[in-house]
Design a protein around this ligand. Structure first.
Ligand SMILES: [Zn+2]
Ligand SMILES: [Zn+2]
Length: 443
């Protein structure tokens, strides 16, 4: 049997050549680079702290908490940061924790983000530290699991904090650690920003990673739109109820809804520039009527809109509304369109991405690749709307991708060999960013 995983790995890795070319061909932004002695110190400290990082990860994995209930996790984080002599603020935007580490020398400010929340998923992974936690969610008792791997993010950032606190005297600037609640919803980034997490001091850049089921030893990223915006769509079509055998006596919202659904699918294919950025309009739920011989009064449709570029997002919204309202009008019906703005597009700042990618290349070499756009969403996007952001994916999957389960699966499992790679990546981004002044557009 052919191994279905192989072509994908090869495809990811084959992008590396392109990446190296891009970095070397565009000299306008110089690669951020700290002295080799600092890199050596990071690598040694990462090896020394690794057992602790693994222990934290297992502990957090075994004790997952749903969004805005991350009390135990936040306390563990706060206690550790305090033990390192880092200034700690708790209860930021709910259960968020902010740590500020001032380096021994003046310089810029850089922030690192980790999300702390778990999901209402019952774990099916057979490990000694599997979660047995349960909690109430939407009025029901559910299993709770770190099925999106945020346990790794917290442990990695705690490890990076240990390393950076150890190098404090040599750090030319300040590091902010942001441990946020509720990434899976309702969102912890906005409440943290509202609570001043990005002030005093304000970061010049922010970095975050997310584990994904690519092979251990790979890191992927892309410049510009990395993850999609996610907006909820609700359309109510109102007609006039009548007998199913006398359609001319009423206005049929069912045929109108059918035309609207078909029309919506032509927005992405016919009306927005697909070469700019992909987009998705999905109707995932439709409800109307209760009997075959009654044309009902109304039909409700619920869906989601995804886009990978803020302009595309705005265009799609406008056209969805126009399409629904005008098709309804043409049928003598009306359509009410409600678009609830969810997380924005997660945009990797182009100059920052170009500047920082070599730091990751030092860590994983040919394992660094350009990722395809990801159509799920992240509320790191709100931080990256405030200050230039760079977000990347850390491979935590087995080499045989047939054994790998996606994020949010009850069988999602992160290989611990990826933890030191994540720790080194985060610490290296910090020292490289702080050590190299940004090239100004004039200079
Ligand atoms: Zn998730
Ligand atoms: Zn996640």
């Amino acid at each position: 049997m052919p191994r279905p995983s192989t072509p994908r790995i090869r495809r990811l890795l084959s992008f590396t050549g392109v990446l190296v070319g891009v970095v070397h061909l565009l000299p306008a932004v110089s690669a951020a680079q700290a002295p080799a002695s600092l890199h050596r110190a990071i690598d040694e400290a990462a090896a020394a702290v690794n057992d602790q990082v693994v222990a934290w990860r297992r502990d957090i994995h075994e004790h997952p908490e749903l969004g805005m209930q991350e009390f135990r996790t936040a306390a563990l984080v706060a206690e550790h940061l305090e033990s390192l002599g880092i200034d700690v603020q708790t209860g930021v935007g709910g259960t968020g924790v902010v740590g500020v580490l001032e380096g021994g020398r003046p310089g810029p400010v850089v922030a690192l983000r980790a999300d702390m929340d778990a999901l209402p998923v019952t774990e099916l992974v057979d490990v000694p530290f599997a979660s047995k936690a349960r909690a109430m969610w939407q009025g029901r008792e559910v299993g709770v699991m770190h099925a999106c791997g945020h346990d790794n993010h917290v442990a990695i950032l705690m490890g990076a904090a240990t390393i950076l606190a150890g190098l404090r005297d040599e750090l030319p600037g300040t590091v902010k650690f942001l441990f946020q609640p509720a990434e899976e919803g309702p969102g912890g980034a906005l409440p943290m920003i509202a609570d001043g997490a990005l002030e005093n001091p304000r970061p010049d850049a922010i970095f975050a990673l997310h584990v994904f089921p690519g092979p251990v030893g790979t890191i992927t990223y892309r410049s510009g739109g990395m993850l999609a915006s996610s907006d909820a769509l609700r359309i109510v079509v109102r007609g006039a109820q009548t007998h199913g055998a006398l359609p001319w006596r009423g206005v049929d919202p069912i045929t109108t809804a059918a035309q609207i659904i078909t029309g919506l699918q032509t927005i992405v294919s016919r009306q927005v520039d697909l070469t700019e950025a992909p987009a998705i309009v999905t109707i995932g739920q439709i409800e109307g009527g209760n009997r075959g011989n009654i044309i009902p009064d109304s039909v409700v449709m619920v869906g989601t809109i995804r886009s990978l570029n803020p302009d595309t997002r705005a265009q799609v919204h406008q056209r969805v509304e126009r399409m629904a309202v005008r098709i309804a009008e043409a049928n003598g019906a009306t359509a009410e369109v409600e678009i609830d703005l969810g997380y924005p597009v997660t945009v990797n700042d182009a100059a920052l991405t170009q500047r920082m990618a070599p730091s990751l290349e030092r860590i994983v070499g040919p394992g660094l690749a350009i990722a395809p756009p990801i159509t799920t969403a992240e509320d790191f996007s709100y931080f990256a709307e405030e200050v230039p952001g760079f977000y990347f994916s850390l491979g935590v999957g087995a080499e045989d991708l047939r054994l790998v389960h996606p994020n949010h699966s009850p069988r999602f499992f992160a290989d611990e060999r990826a933890l030191p790679i994540g720790v080194r990546a985060m610490a290296s981004l910090v020292v490289d960013f702080l050590s190299t002044p940004a090239t100004s557009p004039e200079g």
